[in-house]
Design a binder for this molecule. Structure first.
Ligand SMILES: Cc1cc2nc3c(=O)[nH]c(=O)nc-3n(C[C@H](O)[C@H](O)[C@H](O)COP(=O)(O)OP(=O)(O)OC[C@H]3O[C@@H](n4cnc5c(N)ncnc54)[C@H](O)[C@@H]3O)c2cc1C
Length: 268
């Protein structure tokens, strides 16, 4: 690990001042990715600005037809929240599938989406529901937020404050976890609302999370597994690595989508 200065500011203004003062400063949430990166000497920030003591960044509440989750809310809280279990049960379930208990207790929603790992789970929920990402500078639709592998629309020093998930539909998330890391080899979040069906696929895309629009169109017309007959993703456009080929991942993503649709269709 390279040396750095650790800060634990008590409010957002102090975070912003610290992050603006040092070009090489980095925000620290639960450290589940960042600390490992530092240990491997893959990053050498001059300063770490811990968001842990800033009031108002963690928490869950309902606002009209939306569910608002603070950036610093750990996955374990999303999983256990009675409010989320009632209003958006697929999201509570998704959070419970992330990593192991240690990761779920420290890792945060904001850290997960800022990191935009191509195998992370939350990006699929954000994209399927077209959640809004609220930062200290602006509000962005998830479709604009996730850009590429480990790349988002965040500008240097921009801080995610919360994510706003629209309600009013039903969703299901199916994931095939890598047996070693628990990250998604393929994950499909299917969201069925009055405006239509949205399908977001994680774990497979060469540019990270993406919408499977062909499946969306078919499912909007007829919501059942048969509507997906003959549809498949292009294996050549999927990640191919030591864990699996692109063709394997494309197949898995199709299977996960069908499972999610079958579960939702069974609910009526
Ligand atoms: C063993 C292991 C297994 C895992 N398995 C899974 C899995 O199955 N599924 C899955 O989805 N994830 C998995 N993860 C990732 C984990 O869920 C965390 O969400 C992820 O590592 C981010 O961690 P963090 O919230 O602690 O953020 P940190 O590591 O603290 O930060 C990550 C990045 O986000 C930036 N950042 C953090 N918060 C903000 C903010 N509010 N605004 C702007 N930028 C911010 C940081 O500067 C840093 O660049 C796993 C991690 C580990 C270590």
């Amino acid at each position: 690990m390279f040396p750095f200065i650790y800060h634990r500011p008590a409010d957002l203004a102090a975070v912003q001042a610290l992050i603006a003062a040092q070009e090489e400063a980095k925000l620290l949430a639960g450290g589940q990715t960042l600390i490992a990166t530092l240990k491997q000497r893959l990053a050498s920030p001059s300063d770490l600005v811990d968001l842990g003591a800033v009031p108002g960044l963690a928490g869950i509440h309902r606002e009209g037809d939306t569910l608002v989750i603070g950036a610093m809310t750990p996955h374990a809280q999303v999983h256990a929240s009675p409010l989320i279990r009632e209003a958006l049960p697929a999201l509570a379930e998704l959070a419970g599938l992330i990593g192991d208990p240690a990761v779920r207790n420290r890792g945060t929603l904001g850290g997960s989406i800022a990191n935009n790992d191509p195998s992370a789970d939350y990006p699929a929920a954000c994209l399927a529901l077209d959640a809004s990402i609220v930062t200290d500078r602006r509000e962005m639709a998830a479709t604009a937020f996730f850009r590429d592998l480990f790349e988002t629309a965040l500008e240097p020093g921009e801080i995610i404050l919360r994510v706003v998930f629209p309600l009013g539909g039903v969703g299901a998330y199916e994931k095939f976890p890598n047996p070693a890391s628990r990250y998604a080899m393929a994950g499909a979040f299917v969201w069925r609302a009055a405006a239509g069906v949205r399908v977001a696929i994680t774990g497979t895309g060469q540019a990270g999370v993406f919408r499977w629009e062909e499946a969306e169109r078919a499912l909007t017309e007829a919501f059942n597994v048969d509507a997906l007959e003959g549809l498949s993703l292009d294996g050549d456009a999927m990640i191919s690595d030591i864990h699996g080929t692109g063709a394997y991942r494309a197949h898995l993503a199709g299977v996960m989508t069908r499972r999610a649709v079958a579960r939702l269709a069974a609910q009526g």
